[in-house]
Ligand binder design. Structure first.
Ligand SMILES: [Zn+2]
Length: 265
């Protein structure tokens, strides 16, 4: 049954993880889905006959934040999405910044460990994704347990260990989990400090599943960040805060995108 009259639907907005070419709107590369040069409109427009718009998920989260969240008050902010992978999107001088080709914001693929032997899905070694994403946190915990280290995580079963389980264990003083998260947050803090130095944003807004581990995540991250400021700069005043709409940011941003395109805002 049709719950919503099709005439009342302006269009469909799709959020996805990966690179989208600014000019031809082809999805250049999506590491998480292993998509290469994919035009998803071919698949979705025929089935729905509705106008279709799609954009990088983190960019849509930033857009939603900009129109309806904390971002309303900020002309300059950077949104960082830390879930299974890591992405970012900057609003600079009140505008979403997408770069020359549309590929700006690949924060998850800046190099965190130059000599790392851990291959990232993007083809490089030692990306921030391999040290600090939800996937990396789970994998590092599993690796240490497989190497014989003791952890309360062993009791829940190797296959059920995800980033949330590692955070929960860390909150229960599990030494292995504390160490794994400390490593992830140390690398994340260094690269966030780089962003603060490069862009001087009013705020760094952090969303995505890993950031939903509340106080443990933010207090430890801020502690590490406080040691990474230049002596004579004001960039240490830029705040690091949680997102406005956990779990809903991409949908809100996708709605904003469709309204912008259809209504020509
Ligand atoms: Zn990478």
């Amino acid at each position: 049954t049709n719950i919503i009259d099709k005439n009342n639907i302006l269009g469909i907005g799709v959020a996805f993880a990966g690179l989208i070419n600014k000019d031809n709107k082809v999805i250049k590369f999506s590491p998480a889905f292993n998509w290469h040069n994919l035009d998803i409109s071919k698949y979705l427009v025929n089935k729905t006959n509705l106008p279709l718009y799609y954009e990088n998920v983190t960019r849509l989260m930033a857009l939603g934040e900009f129109y309806f969240g904390y971002g309303k008050e900020f002309e300059n902010f950077i949104f960082i999405n830390i879930g299974y992978g890591i992405g970012s999107s900057a609003v600079l001088n009140g505008k979403l910044f997408i770069g020359e080709n549309g590929y700006a914001g690949e924060f998850g693929h800046v190099i965190a460990e130059p000599d790392s032997k851990t291959l990232c899905s993007c083809g490089q070694y030692g990306c921030l994704t391999t040290t600090s994403s939800g996937d990396a946190i789970a994998k590092n915990a599993i690796r240490f347990i497989n190497e014989g280290e003791k952890s309360i995580l062993s009791s829940i079963g190797i296959n059920r260990i995800d980033a949330k389980a590692v955070f929960d264990a860390a909150c229960n003083n599990d030494e292995l989990s504390i160490r794994v998260i400390d490593y992830a947050l140390k690398n994340l803090a260094i690269r966030i400090a780089d962003l603060k130095k490069c862009f001087d944003p009013k705020a760094i807004i952090i969303g995505g599943g890993v950031s939903w581990n509340g106080d443990y995540f933010f207090s430890n991250l801020n502690k590490k960040l406080s040691n990474l400021n230049m002596r004579y700069s004001d960039n240490d005043k830029s705040i690091v805060i949680p997102q406005s709409f956990p779990g809903k940011a991409a949908s809100i941003g996708a709605g904003v995108m469709v309204a912008q395109k259809v209504l020509n805002l």
